[in-house]
Write a protein that binds this ligand. Sequence first.
Ligand SMILES: Nc1nc2c(c(=O)[nH]1)N[C@H]1C(S)=C(S)[C@@H](COP(=O)(O)O)O[C@H]1N2
Ligand SMILES: [Mo]
Length: 304
Amino acid sequence: MSPASRPPRPSEIAPERVWRERRRLVAALGLLAAGGTPAPAVRAAVPFHAPASPEPLTAWEHVTRHNNYYEFSPAKDAVWKLAEEFNPRPWTLTVEGEVGRPRTWGLDELLARFAQEDRVERLRCVEGWSIVVPWRGFALASLLAEAQPRSTAKYVEFISVHRPSEMIGQRRPVLPWPYREGLRIDEAMHPLALVATGLYGQPLPAQNGAPLRLVLPWKYGFKSAKAVTHIRLVERPPATSWMSVAPSEYGFFGNVNPEVAHPRWSQRRENRLGELGKRATLPFNGYAEQVASLYAGMDLSRHF
Ligand SMILES: Nc1nc2c(c(=O)[nH]1)N[C@H]1C(S)=C(S)[C@@H](COP(=O)(O)O)O[C@H]1N2
Ligand SMILES: [Mo]
């Protein structure tokens, strides 16, 4: 069936809630007569202008309907529906450990303290699919600087929310809960490391990690922990969830590297959601110029 004639896949249909929100926004802009149905062109005109991007953005429908989020389900197309049970508010984020000023932030305090910017970045999953997303958020470095890291802070641990009452996948030991990830402190301080609070100009959808998640665009997606509640500065490399279940498949760095195959598949190519066929995967997901110096001296033919 040609792409033009096939029926829309479930992944191409916006959830009703989102559609209603778009309608509300469009109506608020005066673009929609009361009770009318917006034409597709008008519906796309949400009051958001993505920053210029050399690559086409991945459609909202793909970004929000194809998700890895094991707290809900290992089935990518099941996550968005299960995530409707999740309440991202109220929320607190604690920054602690080897810091001079540990602090617990409320979500609104964070949004007020750190100016939100829109940034288009690629995200490449270790499984071989990728997306281009207009994220909204602020630099992780500015949050860490506020905590005044001590010289003993060599690594940063990220801990996701543990809420089995709202996250059905957490009722089974698929991964050790809560989800944990980690970075070296210099990686965490890199300006590309983002705390994302939204996408497409909207608050982060639950399935994408509401109310806040990491976006580390030069690393495989599993490093970009969703729904983070604790950031701990530590002396030693933290244990991560994926390393504890499959140490041979998931290294600590997780940098996108087409030269190093996953034990079960090549990493040379990827499917950009919404595109037919595959495109080449780039070293550091195309961010080598910005981040390669972090890994000077590391043998990149062996590590990912
Ligand atoms: N807490 C948590 N964070 C997570 C995951 C997860 O299962 N739990 N999956 C990771 C993986 S493997 C990927 S590819 C990305 C996917 O992000 P997306 O669904 O917003 O595209 O989230 C990452 N962050
Ligand atoms: Mo992933």
